[in-house]
Each structure stands twice: as C-alpha cells, then as structure tokens.
Design a protein around this ligand. Structure first.
Ligand SMILES: Cc1ncc(COP(=O)(O)O)c(C=O)c1O
Length: 437
C-alpha cells in the first residue's frame, strides 16, 4: 500500500467512525485533517512527508518536545518490569519516589520547607480538578463546617470537562449544553478584564466565607478562554484573602505548571503556595497522568474512622509507566535547566506579539513566558478569523490551532531558537494573510 492510499484509508475511517473532541460534526466530515505519522522535538510529520512546527505543543503537553530520548529510554525500561498494578495495598518505586520528588519541587510560597506534602494521582487534568473539588468539600465536612461546600471560580475559567470541573468553568460554549447538570458557583470577574477585580474578589470572599469551600483559579493565565493574562499581584492578594477568611485556595496549574509561564509554577511569580495544586498535561509528557497535591492540614482532616477516608480514585491510579516518565520529566527539567532556557527564549515571543500589535485588526498583543497571543476579532471561541490563520499556517508548515478569534503560540519549551523564530515568522505571515483575505 502506498503512503498516499494509506493516508486516504486513515481519513476515511476517521471521518466515518471517530468522534473528535471540540469539533462540529459536519466540519469533521469535510475538512482535511493532518494525518500525523511521526513527531520529534518541535516537529510533526504527516503522511505525505511534510513537516510542521508544533505551535501548540500538542495541546500544551509537549513542553519537552516529542520523543525526548531520555523519556523514550525510561518508557522502554519501565515496560520491561511493571506496567500496571492496582495501587491498593500495593506501592511501587515510580509512584512512591515521584511523590517524594513532587513534594520537593511544588510551590512553597515564602516557606523554606515543602508546603504541599501529599500527592494524589489522577489520569488527566480534569481528574486532578475533580479530586480537588471533592477533597475541599470533604475537608470542610470533616472539619465541622459542612456548610462550606460552594466554590468560587472566575469568569472565563477553564478547569476541564468532567461535570465537576466543567461546573467551575466560565467559557460559555463549554457550559451551555450541560447547564442543567452543572453545579452553581460563585462567579468572580476575571482580573484579565477588570482593573477593579481586586476589590470585587475580596468583597465576594468576605461575604461568602461561611459557604465557600475553596476558590479555584488558573494562576496568571486563563488558557482556554483565549490566553487571558493577569498580574501576579492579584494572585498574591487572593492568597492573602483566602487565608484571612479561611477559604482554601486551589491553583489549577494543569496548563501553567512546568515552566510554561517562565517560572516552574505560575504561583512562583506571586511567591505563593496554594492549599491544593492540580497538575496534568506536561506532568508525564507523553502519557495521560496528573496529580492533585495538598497540604498536611488538608490531609489531616481525612484521618480517623474508616468513613473519613477519601473514597475516590481511578483504576490507573499511580500508573507505573506514567510515574516513571513523570520522574524523568523532573530530572530533565533539573539537568537541562528547561525553565531557565525557556525564560531566555520568551522575549522572542514577546517581541513578535508586540510587533503584530501595529497591524490593523490585531488587538491585545500579549505574552507570558512561552505563550504569546493576539485577538483578531470579537467572535470569541466561535469566531472564524483564527481558523483562517490556521489554514495559512498549515500551508507554511506550522500547526497553529486557534481559540476562535484568538491565535496563539505555545511551543515546546525546548524548541531551538532557530525553530522558534521560524514559527514566529509563520505566525506573523499567517496573521497578515488572514487579515488581508
Ligand atoms: C487549566 C486547565 N485545567 C484543566 C484542564 C483539563 O485537562 P485534561 O484535558 O487533561 O482533562 C485543562 C485543559 O486544557 C486546563 O487548561
């Protein structure tokens, strides 16, 4: 079978039987997908041998690029000995030592000792948020405050697609079909849109402190809403306000963690540690795995009688392959200085976004660490202009999936400077072509 025929067979099967995420059904059956056969470093290769720069690090996951040689080696080695086992009455080296290592690297705020000392493994980012919601609820119930069972989240928040995580979400198109089954949140204005968001946030927390279990935020960067960014000062004030009012703070670093914003954690920009931290995406680099981390105070509320345990978990909890990879991810970050390297390249993204700001039709050029974005219209997630950029970029050799009218770059942190400059050139040319067309 020639490559061309096999490509068509793949597309036929995909159109006929795959139900792809976030994709209108009719568009799926008519648009031409990229049929990717290989990925390495910052590059994707399709069935016709064409190469594309991975401008969104494959949904913000491939911070270390694709097929990092050290991860490939660990994957093969771990597969020789242990691939899955029920983590109940059983433990194993990858999960146990990973927990120890995560505790050391997790945000500490101003403390010299680790603050987040307990690790609960999950299969993905939504699972980490779901676990955080349940832990926070049960924490207050077992601390004699069962009425503290509501959550505050931001306008434009995105915390995942499971029902609990989606209830926290504030992106309308992801909520609307499920409105009838989502739980109600206290909604605060996003600091990315409102200068006065400090006061409103503080008033809401003070007024609702007796019913709030936790405030859940994407620190500094609201990704899915359209790469909305806000100042560390807001996060620092949120931390202080949660402490003063005895409300837990959940930092969802599923996207922002692992160096994406120029520091290991977005929380580090504000010098804070949350009570609960949610991790996913880059966590195990190439397998679906994440974690929820919590403080001793939170964990200690689950001690005592049998019915105080956290009756929650998933079949693949602590997966040996994922955990071995996640340990190696941390080792690579340490040995290769991944965060420092990324911070050094970030100004290239900042400059490229700023230079696009002078074009008519480009609004709000912005960047934070290894993320850069511009808006091209006000259609939000349902806007079409970003898709014109997507098509132009594809022709020029880059994969730049938009968020409706917001277009962004979010490449692997390890992308070479030359490839990053090439990606930014394609980004600029594609924006210009889309606006002209
Ligand atoms: C901040 C944040 N939290 C949670 C999630 C959900 O992660 P997953 O898709 O792995 O369930 C995402 C996904 O984009 C995210 O950006």
């Amino acid at each position: 079978m020639s490559v061309r025929e096999s490509r068509e067979a793949i597309v036929r099967a995909d159109r006929r039987h795959v139900w792809p995420p976030y994709t209108p059904a009719d568009a799926h059956e008519t648009s031409e997908p990229l049929v990717v056969v290989e990925a390495e470093g910052a590059w994707l290769t399709d069935a016709d041998g064409r190469r594309y720069l991975d401008g969104n690090a494959s949904w913000w996951v491939a911070n270390l690029g694709h097929r990092h040689p050290r991860l490939m080696r660990v994957l093969a080695e771990q597969a020789q000995t242990l691939t899955h086992v029920a983590m109940a009455g059983i433990t194993h080296e990858p999960a146990a030592l990973l927990a120890e290592e995560l505790v050391q690297v997790a945000p500490r705020g101003s403390s010299s000792a680790p603050v987040l000392t307990r690790v609960f493994y999950t299969d993905n980012g939504s699972g980490s948020v779901e676990a955080a919601i349940k832990v926070a609820t049960q924490f207050w119930r077992q601390s004699g405050r069962p009425e503290k069972c509501r959550f505050m989240a931001l306008d434009g928040a995105f915390h995942g697609d499971t029902v609990g995580a989606a209830s926290l979400g504030g992106v309308e198109i992801f909520r609307r079909p499920f409105a009838g089954i989502l739980f109600d949140c206290v909604r605060a204005p996003s600091p990315s849109d409102h200068g006065a968001a400090f006061e409103v946030m503080e008033q809401l927390i003070r007024a609702r402190k007796d019913e709030l279990a936790a405030v859940v935020v994407e620190p500094l960067l609201q990704g899915a809403e359209g790469m909305r960014m806000y100042e560390p000062a807001w996060l620092a004030r949120l931390r202080a306000c949660c402490t003063e009012n005895d409300v837990l703070l959940v930092a969802d670093e599923v996207f922002t963690g692992y160096g994406r914003t120029g520091r290991m954690w977005a929380c580090d920009h504000a010098g804070i540690a949350p009570d609960i931290l949610c991790l996913g995406k880059a966590f195990a680099s190439l397998l679906p795995m994440g974690a929820m981390m919590a403080t001793d105070r939170v964990y200690d509320a689950f001690r005592g009688a049998k019915d105080r345990a956290f009756y929650y978990g998933h079949t693949f909890y602590g997966h040996p392959l994922g955990a071995a990879l996640a340990r190696e991810v941390l080792a690579i970050y340490r040995d290769e200085g991944v965060v420092q390297q990324a911070a050094a390249k970030a100004p290239l993204i900042a400059r490229a976004m700023q230079s696009l700001g002078s074009l008519t039709g480009v609004v709000a050029p912005r960047s934070l660490g290894m993320v850069g974005a511009v808006d091209l219209g006000n259609g939000g997630y349902e806007g079409d202009i970003g898709w014109r950029v997507y098509a132009e970029a594809k022709r020029r050799g880059a994969y730049l999936r938009p968020l409706g009218d917001t277009v962004y770059v979010c490449p692997p942190l390890t992308i070479s400077e030359a490839d990053l400059l090439a990606l930014l050139d394609i980004f600029g040319e594609s924006v210009r072509a889309a606006l002209a067309g």
